[in-house]
Unconditional design. Structure first.
Length: 124
């Protein structure tokens, strides 16, 4: 269970940011800044939002083709081009920086599947 002060973040299509956030100014690829979720969209983004209705978005451009297309398909089904996102690391450990780190994290956390590039790796 995550503490309230460590909320999840969001991955958002670059074309959706101005529609979803009231104070969006520039692209944020690394979840390092917070934006206020517009009231009209908060209900669909509550799981990725802080108690003050902000989120730390990862704004996606088309250079991340597979992830971008995944979120485009989510938008077609839900009307919102955003997904829940978080850093890839075990609590208290540094963020994953290599394929070896990612495999270690898969084996040592409650995750059951890892998608890395064109590979889907499932825990046995």
């Amino acid at each position: 269970e995550r503490p309230y002060y460590q909320p999840f973040a969001s991955s958002v299509l670059d074309g959706e940011a101005k529609r979803l956030f009231s104070d969006y100014l520039s692209q944020n690829k690394f979840m390092t800044g917070a934006n206020h979720v517009r009231d009209a969209h908060y209900g669909k983004m509550v799981a990725a939002s802080h108690v003050d209705h902000t989120t730390r978005p990862q704004i996606l451009g088309r250079e991340n083709r597979l992830y971008y297309e995944l979120i485009e398909n989510v938008k077609k089904r839900t009307g919102t081009g955003a997904l829940l996102n978080t850093s890839l690391n075990k609590h208290g450990k540094p963020m994953v920086m290599s394929p070896e780190d990612a495999l270690w994290t898969l084996e040592n956390t409650g995750a059951d599947t890892l998608i890395m590039g064109n590979y889907i790796i499932k825990k046995r």
